[in-house]
Design a protein around this ligand. Structure first.
Ligand SMILES: Nc1nc2c(ncn2[C@@H]2O[C@H](COP(=O)(O)OP(=O)(O)OP(=O)(O)O)[C@@H](O)[C@H]2O)c(=O)[nH]1
Ligand SMILES: [Mg+2]
Length: 204
């Protein structure tokens, strides 16, 4: 089978969460990013973690013993926003396609990700649209054109996260189709201490 990569974009400052930062905050006894990595590991052959250099040690500890080859793609310049994180992560990918997710989605649905890989085949991106909004941090990209699209978007300061998608050959996966293949819980993110309590309750 074609090899598939997973990219976890984790270089944000976690301002709404505070300390400890959300990537490594414990959710029902497991660091949040570990929950994300475990779910990606079920459907990918390699993982790339994009973060800042100062996050690396804590994240490596959280991912210790993971059952898939894992590499870091550290931001050259921190705080350039999620588009820069997507670009940095996809640059490190060695497969044609990769799923890119945020580090804060503990309910990621492996079946949904597998479906996005299938839908992306022959195109540049399969982008879910569970409601009004697109989900660029829960999408499957063809790495090479997506890196170029991120690069173009970053020629403007603080590009919107949807910006790179607009110039790619995209497949939009709408709500009904998502529901056919998986759970919309996959898109829920944990951003605040209140979100941790809510996720704790659902996972323990
Ligand atoms: N590499 C990189 N990733 C980022 C950056 N900003 C956000 N992200 C990541 O993008 C994803 C979605 O961003 P947010 O949910 O806003 O996370 P965050 O920015 O850490 O949290 P807040 O500070 O509370 O907004 C998260 O997984 C972040 O780690 C950035 O400047 N660089
Ligand atoms: Mg943010």
């Amino acid at each position: 089978m074609t090899r598939r990569s997973g990219v976890i974009v984790a270089g944000g400052r976690s301002v709404r969460m505070g300390e400890p930062e959300k990537t490594v905050v414990s959710v029902a006894g497991t660091p949040l990013i570990r929950r994300v990595a475990d779910r990606l590991a079920a459907v990918t052959d390699e993982l790339i973690v994009n973060c800042r250099d100062d996050q690396r040690e804590a994240i490596a500890e959280a991912l210790d013993g993971l059952d898939v080859e894992t590499r870091f793609a550290v931001d050259d310049v921190p705080d350039r926003g999620p588009v820069a994180g997507i670009e940095r992560g996809l640059e490190a990918v060695e497969t044609e396609y990769a799923v890119v997710v945020a580090a804060d989605m503990p309910f990621l649905d492996p079946d949904l990700i597998t479906h996005l890989f299938e839908r992306a085949t022959g195109h540049d991106v399969a982008i879910p649209r569970p409601d009004e909004w697109f989900e660029p941090l829960h999408a499957v990209y063809r790495a090479e054109p997506a890196v170029e699209a991120c690069d173009r978007a970053l020629q403007h300061e603080n590009p919107r996260i949807i910006e790179p998608i607009s110039s790619l050959d995209r497949v939009v996966v709408a709500r009904d189709e998502l529901l056919e293949y998986g759970s919309l819980d996959s898109f829920d993110s944990v951003d605040t201490p209140e979100d941790v309590m809510w996720a704790d309750g659902r996972l323990s």
